[in-house]
Design a protein around this ligand. Structure first.
Ligand SMILES: Nc1ncnc2c1ncn2[C@@H]1O[C@H](COP(=O)(O)OP(=O)(O)O)[C@@H](O)[C@H]1O
Ligand SMILES: [Mg+2]
Length: 226
């Protein structure tokens, strides 16, 4: 079966070749662990494959985001100029209105541009629009169902504290990849773990990674000694 590259070098071969077309994939982790960097890798891979990608940012504004990503060597502006990226800064209230209407107006992005990849960064911020957990879950279901209907493969980020995601998002997604930043002795080490991936015999290993020029760099041969 065809798979979509995550864009993170060395990761696809550990997860059955990449992400399943039409799947919903969650990148979870604490603030600053690299969720947005991972998401940009995913967009880059899409652009390379000639796809137009939609990046929906709830928290970060376009200019600041692009400038942060420049630090990793990512040229978001270039992608946008080439028509491969649509960056949409949204707000919690705008998303709430869209969701309450079943996301009809999002179709203006999908239909003409044939969007194949969507990033929603982050779902945690979006959930602030709802008080009750059932309302949060319903909103997520509306969102994911709409995106599936449009044929997009979706990456959502979620902020977690002490390893547990909230509002049941983990039950609604096909894949969960956790990013950790753990203290070992005097220093912190970044690791990635594929927690679940439906229909895939994925790696069970915790993989060391670093952030820097080039984005997220995996070191699958390094072992974490605790
Ligand atoms: N130029 C850089 N080189 C290396 N690491 C960086 C650079 N800029 C930021 N970082 C690291 O990347 C982190 C931000 O990554 P990001 O993907 O935005 O995290 P998240 O989306 O999970 O909050 C920062 O907390 C910092 O540790
Ligand atoms: Mg982020």
């Amino acid at each position: 079966m065809e798979r979509l590259s995550t864009g993170v070098k060395g990761l696809d071969e550990l997860i059955g070749g990449g992400l399943k077309p039409g799947s919903i994939n969650l990148i979870a982790g604490e603030p600053g662990c690299g969720k947005s960097v991972f998401s940009v890798h995913y967009i880059m891979a899409g652009a390379e494959a000639g796809e137009t990608c939609l990046y929906v940012s709830v928290e970060e504004k376009r200019d600041k985001f692009y400038s942060n990503m420049e630090g990793f060597g990512f040229d978001m502006q270039k992608l946008e100029d080439e028509g491969k990226l649509i960056f949409h800064k949204t707000t919690v209230s705008e998303m709430r209105n869209l969701l309450d209407q079943g996301l009809i107006s999002f179709e203006e992005y999908f239909k003409p541009h044939q969007i194949k990849r969507v990033v929603l960064d982050s779902v945690t911020a979006l959930m602030l629009a709802y008080n009750a957990e059932t309302a949060q879950r319903n909103a997520l279901m509306v969102l994911f169902e709409a995106m599936e209907k449009w044929g997009a493969t979706v990456l959502v980020t979620s902020e977690v504290e002490s390893g547990a995601a909230r509002f049941g998002v983990e039950y609604l997604v096909d894949t969960i990849i956790h990013l950790y930043y753990v203290k070992i002795g005097q220093e912190r080490v970044r690791t990635l773990e594929v927690f679940k991936m439906r229909g895939t015999d994925h790696t069970k290993q915790e993989i060391v990674y670093r952030l820097g020029k080039g984005g997220m760099i995996l070191y699958p041969n390094e072992k974490v000694l605790v």
